[in-house]
Ligand binder design. Structure first.
Ligand code: PBG
Length: 325
């Protein structure tokens, strides 16, 4: 046999050599755990479509954060489920709202040990389940929604959120939130923009969990069409211009091309959200014994890193951090 000089297998024959030349690393420092906190709960409530994930009361939230920290996960993103919903999603910007109280509780318990980020959207808080307020036509009114987002941003930052993450896909949301934060004295509070968020069927389990499925219609008039790739770059660059500090792509696993494209056009950190449906699909397959749980979890996360994500929001955060240590 006549081989060229380069024989790729030379560096694959031992673990030491493989590790020496590995191009991608995955560390607990790069993982963010999504946490659900529900106002009406006193005890945690398991989410049937997301085995291993629960909705929390304020008290159990604190315990969950403790477990995350001891596993090595130091960042969380909070989602709130209020007791009462109305057309404007009033609870989202209430100083005693469930998210605000959860932030204060965690900040009080863990201080600078934990990076507390807050999802900023209206769908969990509106009675119609849309991510914005509705105009006279019955459709989401983008520009009126920006005013609500500005109020929510200020109330989250006031409670102590360390990273504001707008997920509603309204045009101009990053600029509106940046302006509001700056004028309220929160110049150093960063924004992690859900810049490229697709209208995806993979959010199904989350909508059960967060009780936020739209009462009518769908989100395709504001979330992106998953057939589009060039538009994803346009969305990301707009958010960069408006002052985003981190650009997010969501979902992650089926959108590695998008992550890679965004990474190529920005020097900002890129985040990827491995969403509920990605988690639940892997979980179902591993619980059925069709796939091996730990290796597929680590492979799925490493692939997202390899595509270009600096950080990953994932329901596997605790398990992955444990597996990595
Ligand atoms: C909107 C929001 C959603 C998710 C995160 N923020 C739901 C949606 O857009 O319908 C989905 C996350 C997941 O599926 O894990 N507040």
């Amino acid at each position: 046999m006549n081989f060229p000089h380069s024989r790729p297998q030379r560096l694959r024959s031992t673990a030491l050599a493989r590790n020496l030349v590995a191009e991608t690393a995955l560390s607990p420092d790069q993982l963010v755990a999504p946490l659900f906190v529900k106002e009406s709960l006193t005890d945690p409530e398991p989410i049937p479509t997301m085995p291993g994930v629960s909705k929390h009361s304020i008290r159990s939230l604190r315990k969950e954060a403790e477990e995350l920290l001891s596993a090595g996960v130091r960042a969380v993103i909070l989602f709130g489920i209020p007791k009462t919903k109305d057309p404007e999603g009033s609870e989202a910007s209430d100083r005693d709202g469930i998210v605000q109280r959860a932030v204060m509780e965690l900040a009080d318990a863990f201080g600078s040990e934990l990076l507390i980020s807050t999802d900023l959207c209206l769908d969990e808080f509106t009675d119609h389940g849309h991510c914005g307020v509705l105009g006279e036509s019955g459709a989401v009114d983008n520009d009126a929604t920006l005013e609500r987002y500005a109020e929510i941003a200020i109330s989250q930052a006031t409670a102590g959120s360390g990273l504001i993450a707008p997920s509603g896909m309204m045009d101009g949301q990053v600029g509106a939130i940046r302006g509001a934060l700056d004028s309220a004295g929160f110049k150093m509070t960063p924004i992690m923009a859900y810049s490229v968020k697709f209208a995806s069927a993979f959010y199904g389990p989350f909508r059960d969990a967060a009780e936020c499925a739209p009462a009518f219609g769908d989100r395709r008039s504001y979330q992106m069409d998953y057939r589009n790739r060039g538009e994803a770059v346009r969305e990301a660059l707009l958010d960069e211009d408006e002052g985003a500090d981190i650009l997010m792509v969501k979902p992650a696993g089926h959108y590695l091309d998008i992550i890679s494209d965004i990474k190529a056009v920005t020097t900002l950190p890129v985040a990827a959200y491995q969403v509920s449906g990605e988690y639940s699909a892997l979980k179902a397959a591993t619980e059925a014994g069709y796939l091996d749980a730990e290796p597929v979890m680590i492979e799925s996360l490493t692939a997202i890193r390899r595509a270009g994500a600096n950080l990953i929001i994932t329901y596997f955060a605790k398990d992955a951090a444990r597996a990595l240590s």
